[in-house]
Structure formats: structure tokens, C-alpha cells
Design a protein around this ligand. Structure first.
Ligand code: 13P
Length: 342
């Protein structure tokens, strides 16, 4: 393992004012997104859509450090025959790949899942590295509801994340370690904080047992936030302060960067929360940035609607969100900048 090289890639992924575009929706998830805008989910439409994102020169060169791809996309060519991976590299961004195979029901733990995909992972990583991937993503899912999460679920998911991360590093690929505590429930912010703390402590313990070198990893966590169905929602400052406090208590300074998921927050909330953390804490040991899927793509998807005529409009919508989040990654975003663009 070349830890200096892994650390260099990880630092590039969280470079100042840049963050990650999570464009790794599985076939099922991208179909859901396309259904919402009335577009049929064919291989060509998926290609056209992702090509328009990767050809958004403004966003890709200025604010996107890397792109998380799905297996289909890393093998796909643009309409003119250029591999999509080459478009990403040409913009100066790092190609990455989702390597987990989804969250599956966990035996003896009703309502809970464990993320699968370790079997054959070494061989798949070797192939993905040849295809250009320099980082990978594995998403563990922890749900909060009556009586859950169980320790069995947290432990199984943390253990799988650690085995995945070790395999990635062995193959010269930076692992994004993503233990997502879902914000779908009715739980309050205190419960989110308690569960997230437990999960992160367990994840770093398992990474240590698996001999993972933290300097060559990126953490992709949820923020500390109330469940969507909770009547009492915290303000921007509270989410930012509680998230930073919790990360300081759980994430060693050897980790180069933390790139949040958006998890169903509105576009502007996801930006405002990240901005408040960076504006209030310019002295953190790790870079704090974004690895957003929905919060970067909802606007361009809506503007595109599957029509070639709308490509420029969709690219402008993507560039705007990328720029807003790039500013948030340096603590320089202001709500007024959103209104001006609208
Ligand atoms: P969201 O930002 O839409 O949560 O997606 C990020 C991601 O990659 C989840 O695994």
C-alpha cells in the first residue's frame, strides 16, 4: 500500500472550495429520479443525463473534485464515443466508483439492513482501478425507529465498512466510508446525535482493527439533524454546531476530509448547514465539504426533463448548485446569492 499516494488522492477529493458529485444512483434509484421528471430510464437517457453533468465545464473545473459513478456509467461512452471517465479526468476531477451491492435485510434484526458486496470485491477493485477509479464508496444504512438500531446492525455494518476500506487501500483506491444514519423517521435531533455518535465510534474502532490507515480515507457522514417527520426541526446554527461537536468527538485528525451526504435535505438547507460549519469553525483538523447526490442534482434534473434543448439550462442549474456548495465548503456562502440567481 502506498499511503502517500492514497493521502494525495484523498486531499484532492476535499480540495479547497471543491466537493464530490454523487452520481452513483443504482438502476432502481435513477429510475425513481427519472420517473419524477417524466423521463424513461433507458441506458441512452442515463448516458445523456450524466454526460451533460460531466460536460458542465464551469461546475466540473471549479467546484467538483471527484465524481462517484455506478458500474454502468464507468463503462459508458459519451455520444461521441469518448469514455465518460475521460470527460471527468479532462475536467481535472477524480473518477470514483460505488462498490457496495446494496443494503439487504439483516437476519434476526427486523427492519434493519446490512450492506453486502464483500465477496469478489478485490477482483472488482482491480478492474475498477484499470477503468480509472481512484476512490470508491460503500454506504452502510442505519435506520432509527422504535427499538432500532440494534448493536448487531451497527456492528455488522461497521465491520463490513472496515473490510471494504482495507481492500480498497490494498488496491490503491481511497475508500469513502459512509455510515448513513437515515433522517427519514420521526426521531428528534438528540436521538440522531446519540445514534450517530455510537455508529462513528464503532466505525473507527473497526477501521483500526482492520488496519486501515486513516490518512488514506474520507468519511461521508450524515449531519446531526432531526428526522424529517419530527415536529421540532432545529435551525441552521444548531445543526452546524451539534454536527461539528460530534465529529470532533469521534473523527481522528488523521482523516484528511469529511464529505457530507445530503440525505433528503432541501438543496438550500444542505448548503446552509455546510456553510455554517465552515464559517463558524475555520480551524478544524479535517476539510469539511459535500458529497451530495440529490442536493446537487434535483435542480438540473428538473431543468433537463429529458430534452436536448434543455441541456444548457440543466448545466447552468448544476453549475449554480456546485458553486453554492463550493462557497459553503469555504464558509463564504450567503443566502442572498441564491436569490440573485433565481
Ligand atoms: P444524497 O446526497 O442524495 O444523500 O446522496 C449521497 C449519496 O451518495 C448517498 O450514498
Amino acid at each position: 500500500m502506498d499511503i502517500a499516494e492514497l493521502n494525495k488522492i484523498a486531499r484532492a477529493m476535499v480540495a479547497n472550495g471543491k466537493g464530490l458529485l454523487a452520481a452513483d444512483e443504482s438502476s432502481g434509484t435513477i429510475k425513481k429520479r427519472f420517473d419524477a421528471i417524466g423521463v424513461e430510464s433507458t441506458a441512452d437517457n442515463r448516458r445523456d443525463y450524466r454526460e451533460l453533468l460531466f460536460r458542465s465545464a464551469d461546475a466540473m473545473t471549479n467546484n467538483i473534485s471527484g465524481v462517484i459513478l455506478y458500474d454502468e456509467t464507468i463503462r459508458q461512452n459519451a455520444k461521441d464515443g469518448t469514455p465518460l471517465v475521460k470527460l471527468i479526468e479532462a475536467a481535472g476531477a477524480v473518477p470514483g466508483i460505488k462498490v457496495d451491492q446494496g443494503a439487504k435485510p439483516l437476519a434476526h434484526c427486523p427492519g434493519e439492513t446490512v450492506t453486502e458486496g464483500l465477496d469478489g470485491l478485490r477482483e472488482r477493485l482491480i478492474e475498477y482501478h484499470k477503468l480509472g477509479a481512484r476512490f470508491a464508496k460503500w454506504r452502510a444504512v442505519i435506520d432509527i425507529a422504535d427499538g432500532i438500531p440494534s448493536y448487531a446492525c451497527i456492528n455488522a455494518n461497521a465491520h463490513a465498512l472496515a473490510r471494504y476500506a482495507a481492500l480498497c487501500q490494498e488496491q490503491g483506491i481511497v475508500p469513502i466510508v459512509e455510515p448513513e444514519v437515515l433522517m427519514d423517521g420521526g426521531h428528534d435531533i438528540d436521538t440522531c446525535a446519540r445514534v450517530t455518535e455510537f455508529v462513528l465510534k464503532e466505525v473507527y474502532q473497526q477501521l483500526y482493527y482492520a488496519k486501515v490507515q486513516l490518512e488514506g480515507t474520507i468519511l461521508k457522514p450524515n449531519m446531526v439533524i432531526a428526522g424529517k417527520k419530527c415536529a421540532k426541526q432545529a435551525g441552521v446554527a444548531e445543526v452546524a454546531e451539534r454536527t461539528v461537536k460530534l465529529l470532533k468527538a469521534c473523527v481522528p485528525p488523521a482523516v484528511p476530509g469529511i464529505a457530507f451526504l445530503s440525505g433528503g435535505q432541501s438543496d438550500e438547507d444542505a448548503t446552509a448547514h455546510l456553510n455554517a460549519m465552515n464559517a463558524g469553525h475555520p480551524d478544524l483538523p479535517w476539510a469539511l465539504t459535500f458529497s451530495y447526490g440529490r442536493a446537487l442534482q434535483a435542480a438540473p434534473q428538473k431543468a433537463w426533463g429529458g430534452k436536448a434543448d434543455n441541456v444548457a439550462k440543466a448545466q447552468a442549474a448544476f453549475a449554480h448548485r456546485a458553486k453554492m456548495n463550493g462557497l459553503a465548503a469555504t464558509g463564504k456562502w450567503q443566502a442572498a446569492l441564491e436569490k440573485k440567481a433565481a
